[in-house]
Each structure stands twice: as structure tokens, then as C-alpha cells.
Write a protein that binds this ligand. Structure first.
Ligand SMILES: C[S@@+](CC[C@H](N)C(=O)[O-])C[C@H]1O[C@@H](n2cnc3c(N)ncnc32)[C@H](O)[C@@H]1O
Length: 298
């Protein structure tokens, strides 16, 4: 790919084992699932999960006829594929800054715990807008810079950054927190309507999670979510793309290859054994059932 924004490459990292499994985050996982259940429609055609990782929350999308998991890490996707199989699922290893999809082929997209790795937010949001159909929905979760803990620390001058200013803060390399007003302005500028902003994960404190049942914390979280106060560490935006003339409705779920295109030339692709060939001659591999658009084959 041409020189562009940096990518946070999870490769064959042990994110699943080191961050989730047995790591005391059942509460965070539970509240995220509850919010998704509230926001997603009862039925849908094709959903794009951006930065799907190992498919932690992919089973929440079963109301869609097809779920396309996109991630830069082929290893994370291969794990997900072993779990979900190929019927109704498609696995795409690609850089979200260079999506290999035809315009308007998804009626929904989600991006959960992912945009905090993006230094060029407008660029990735533009890609998402382009692959959504008219009126498509997009659930975007972001890490909130103006959270209660950061504001309290700010009072005692314990932060090196100001939680109230609009610019994103990179607190660790390629890990950004965003101000809610910044994220809102980015999405609205690109033609999304903000239907709801849901503040989530209010009780991310080891002592609370150890001493109170996950179910109780989850229910309390659901109550606070209704407040709409965007001062929690995580915020979910329920977005809808305004209709744009010239876009199209998503093709049928059976039409798997028709949704792809070469991320370099934009040309359609045809399958030749384990390779996808674009009209421009670029060749892209298929590795263990995962379409690999990170680098073309020689
Ligand atoms: C913190 S994990 C979240 C995974 C999943 N959404 C979840 O909530 O469990 C972030 C994921 O974003 C992916 N990612 C980061 N930058 C990316 C990019 N430029 N294109 C595609 N995926 C990217 C990483 O590979 C990783 O799997």
C-alpha cells in the first residue's frame, strides 16, 4: 500500500487470552452486548464488523443474513473462522483505511473498541460511509477522553492532557481517546445522523467488579446509560447514514464475491483457484478461507 496512516497491527497477539479470557472483564463484555442488542435491528441483510478481532462479539449479529468480519490481523480472523465457520460469515483481512468493498453494499456496520487505534479518524469514517447503503446504520464505540475519572484527575492536575479540549489524545502509541463533541462533529460532517449517544461502562473499577455481581453492575449501567451523560469511559453512537442519491441497496446475501473490489484500483474481482484477480492485474490471496487484501501477491 502507499504510505499512509500508521496501523495498529495485532498480528498473532494474545489479545484474547491477555485481555478477555479470565481477565476480570465479564462486566465490560456484558454491557457492550446489552447496548448492541438495544441498538441493532431485528433483521438485516449484511453487516460489516470493522476490527472484528477474534470475533468476541460477533455472535450478537446473528439477525443479519451475512456478517463480514474485517480485521488487519489474519490470525485473529482465522480464530474467528474456526468458531463461526463459513455459512453466513465472510472473513476479510484488510486495512480499514483501504476497504476492499463495492460502494453501498452493507446495510449496517459496527466498530467496537477499534477507532481508538486510528490516527486519521476522518479517513476511516469516509471509507465506512462509502460502503454503507442509503439509510445504513453504523454503531460506533469510542474511548471517551472526557470521562469522569479523567475529569477528577484533571482537578488535581494529574493528567498530562486536558479532558475538556476537543483534540484526540494519544496516551500510548496508537491508542487515542476522543472528546464526544469531536466524534460527533466528525460523523455529522460525513453525513451521519446521530440517533443516540449511549454512555457505557460506568463501573470499570477492579474493587467494584470484584465485590458486586456482574448482573447487578450491568443493570446499574443500563440505568446510567439512559442519562445520556457522556462522561463514561466508553460511548456508543447509534448513527444512520442520510440518503445519498446514486448509492444502491445492498445486493443479496448469496452474492458474496460481488461485494468485493480491488482496494488499489477499485476494479471488480474474479476468483481463480485460491486467488482473486482484479481487472488491473493485481492478485490477492485467499488464506484458509480468509480473503487477504493487505498486500497483493507478487
Ligand atoms: C481492541 S481490538 C477489538 C476487537 C473487537 N472489536 C472486540 O471488541 O473484541 C482492535 C482490533 O482492531 C484491529 N485493527 C486495528 N487497526 C486496524 C486497521 N487499520 N484495519 C483493520 N483492523 C484494524 C486490530 O487488528 C484488532 O483486532
Amino acid at each position: 500500500m502507499t504510505e499512509g496512516p500508521r496501523i495498529c497491527d495485532y498480528g498473532d497477539s494474545t489479545y484474547r487470552q491477555d485481555f478477555w479470557e479470565g481477565q476480570g472483564r465479564d462486566y465490560e463484555d456484558a454491557v457492550e452486548r446489552r447496548v448492541l442488542k438495544q441498538l441493532l435491528p431485528a433483521h438485516g441483510i449484511r453487516l460489516l464488523e470493522i476490527g472484528a478481532g477474534f470475533g468476541r462479539i460477533t455472535n450478537e449479529y446473528s439477525m443479519f443474513r451475512q456478517v463480514v468480519l474485517l480485521d488487519y490481523s489474519i490470525e485473529q480472523l482465522q480464530y474467528a473462522r474456526r468458531k463461526f465457520g463459513d455459512v453466513g460469515y465472510m472473513y476479510v483481512a484488510a486495512d480499514a483505511y483501504h476497504m476492499p468493498f463495492q460502494p453501498g453494499v452493507f446495510d449496517a456496520a459496527t466498530m467496537i473498541r477499534v477507532i481508538h487505534h486510528f490516527e486519521n479518524v476522518p479517513a476511516v469514517l469516509r471509507q465506512i460511509r462509502d460502503v454503507l447503503a442509503d439509510d445504513g446504520m453504523f454503531v460506533l464505540e469510542f474511548a471517551n477522553k472526557r470521562n469522569l475519572k479523567a475529569m477528577l484527575r484533571g482537578l488535581f492536575r494529574l493528567n498530562e492532557w486536558n479532558p475538556h479540549t476537543l483534540e484526540p489524545v494519544e496516551f500510548v502509541e496508537l491508542n487515542f481517546n476522543f472528546h464526544p463533541a469531536y466524534m460527533r462533529s466528525q460523523v455529522t460532517r460525513l453525513g451521519f445522523d446521530v440517533r443516540r449517544a449511549v454512555p457505557v461502562s460506568w463501573f470499570r473499577l477492579g474493587i467494584l467488579k470484584r465485590s458486586l455481581p456482574t448482573r447487578l453492575l450491568t443493570e446499574l449501567d443500563m440505568l446510567l446509560q439512559r442519562s445520556g451523560w457522556a462522561i463514561s469511559p466508553s460511548v456508543f453512537l447509534d448513527l444512520q447514514l442520510k440518503s445519498q442519491m446514486g448509492k444502491r441497496a445492498p445486493p443479496s446475501a448469496a452474492d458474496a464475491l460481488a461485494i468485493l473490489r480491488c482496494p488499489r484500483s477499485g476494479s471488480p474481482l474474479r476468483k481463480d483457484g485460491d486467488v482473486l484477480v482484479s481487472g488491473s492485474g493485481a492478485r490477492w490471496g485467499i488464506r484458509e478461507g480468509v480473503y487477504d487484501f493487505r498486500q497483493p501477491l507478487d
